[in-house]
Design a binder for this molecule. Structure first.
Ligand SMILES: C[S@@+](CC[C@H](N)C(=O)[O-])C[C@H]1O[C@@H](n2cnc3c(N)ncnc32)[C@H](O)[C@@H]1O
Length: 420
């Protein structure tokens, strides 16, 4: 009886001229994954299934596929049409980054201007995007900037490097890279297509990265300009909430990848590093050392593994749902672990500077949970006080004299230590 029912369904399907998923894929040149994403994202309805559990695409289902495709092509064309002929300019702030101090720059500026003297050299040793270093660069200070991530180091070379750059060459290359029309699959599309990026964008990222690798007439800052441009462009079209611990289930980041030309800063005497801040402070001297460590157990090397992977371009094997590089030990930080207070004490002990300025987010209570702070207010104060007089400032510009005031409910604080 069951066999009869199954057979009947087959005949029924043949009579209704059902289309298989494979046929839809070939006919419209889309992947099975895209079709599944469209179904789970509610863009098209789920076709009925045959007795084997395989989709049977009826005429109405196919019409839905056609109308989504039509819409996407229209959206794509509008965006293409609105692309300017000469690539737009990119600036340091056009990037999402966990813990970025972009919104705190006025606060940092005011605290430093009103409470310090004779600052010529500023070191931002947990630089991230470089937003704080950039504040001081604009004030004409000599900059030392550092981070353990290679992707951040590349952008530091762009924004703070001293090397001469042939800007016309950069503009031409970025124009050329934007023109690339990828055809084949590559490392990026294979691992991250239809996940972190649309398949088209993933293919283009892979091709652009390979092309940059092949340019042999660039100095290291010029190469960094192209890679920074790609880094920021990827961030704009990534199907994420701003970091790469996961991608969104629904693929709705279909805007085409577009590279902008990083603004050129003329710099002299800046220093750019990619190393553990605890080692760096033993090698440098500054007037003000700014410290903005990670606060909780979320490793930046995990949150930005994908950018790091593509910038390094060693094409490693990736693992798990989030597709992270297997070996990330070189970008793990003690500041995200229970070792943070010890690492902080070692750091502060070895700094050679007139002032030490520490940003810390105080809302999270110290503890072992993922979002808990790894260093307490008390530990920061006691550690800094070993080096000199400490004042604490909150974003509402209240000053706390150490020891007596409750500073636990303030989100963003600055601790300024005048070194003895
Ligand atoms: C809170 S973020 C800094 C954000 C930055 N101030 C901004 O405005 O973009 C902390 C940074 O420290 C870096 N980092 C973590 N551990 C480090 C270490 N041991 N040495 C140097 N950098 C480290 C991370 O990669 C991350 O970029």
């Amino acid at each position: 009886m069951i066999i009869l029912v199954k057979r009947f369904r087959c005949i029924d399907a043949e009579m209704k001229k059902m289309t298989t998923t494979k046929e839809i894929e070939t006919k419209y040149d889309i992947t099975r994954q895209t079709l599944h994403n469209w179904i789970s994202g509610g863009l098209i309805s789920s076709p009925s299934k045959d007795w084997r559990g395989w989709f049977e695409w009826e005429e109405d289902n196919e019409k839905e596929v056609q109308s989504v495709l039509k819409r996407k092509i229209q959206e794509y064309n509008v965006e293409q049409l609105s692309l300017p002929i000469a690539p737009e300019k990119l600036n340091i702030h056009n990037r999402r980054y966990l813990g970025s101090k972009q919104k705190m720059l006025d606060f940092i500026d005011k605290v430093v201007r009103e409470n310090t003297q004779d600052i010529e050299v500023v070191a931002d040793i947990f630089g991230g995007t470089g937003s704080v270093a950039n504040l001081f660069r604009k004030h004409g200070k000599q900059i030392i900037v550092n981070d353990i991530l290679f992707s951040n180091y590349l952008s530091f070379l762009t924004w703070f490097g001293n090397e001469e750059v042939d800007y016309k060459k950069i503009e031409n290359r970025i124009f050329e890279l934007n023109e690339i029309k990828p055809t084949k699959e590559n490392y990026v599309s294979h691992n991250f297509g239809d996940k972190y990026f649309s398949l088209d964008n993933a293919k283009k990222i892979g091709d652009i990265r390979e092309k940059i690798e092949g340019y042999s007439d660039l100095n290291s800052r010029e190469r960094a300009f192209l890679l920074t441009s790609l880094l920021y462009a990827m961030d704009k079209v990534a199907n994420t909430v701003g970091h790469y611990d996961a991608y969104r289930r629904k693929m709705d980041s279909l805007s085409p990848l577009y590279l902008k030309v990083p603004e050129l800063n003329k710099n002299e005497n800046n220093q750019v590093f990619k190393m553990d801040a605890n080692k760096l402070v033993k090698r440098i001297e500054a007037d003000l050392v700014y410290i903005d460590t990670p606060y909780n157990s979320r490793q930046y090397g995990d949150a930005y593994h994908l950018l790091e992977n593509i910038m390094e371009w060693k094409k490693p094997e990736v693992t798990g749902v989030a597709k992270k590089m297997i070996n990330r030990s070189h970008i793990k930080s003690d500041y995200n672990t229970m070792k943070a207070p010890e690492a902080f004490a070692d750091l502060i002990r070895n700094i050679r500077s007139k002032y030490i300025l520490v940003s810390y987010n105080n809302m999270a209570k110290k503890g072992s949970g993922r979002s808990n702070a790894k260093i307490s207010n008390k530990e920061i104060l006691e550690t800094l006080e070993k080096r000199g007089k400490v004042s604490v400032y909150s974003t509402d510009f209240k000053v706390f004299t150490t020891g007596k005031t409750n500073i636990d409910n303030h989100k963003e604080l600055l601790y300024l230590c005048e070194v003895k």
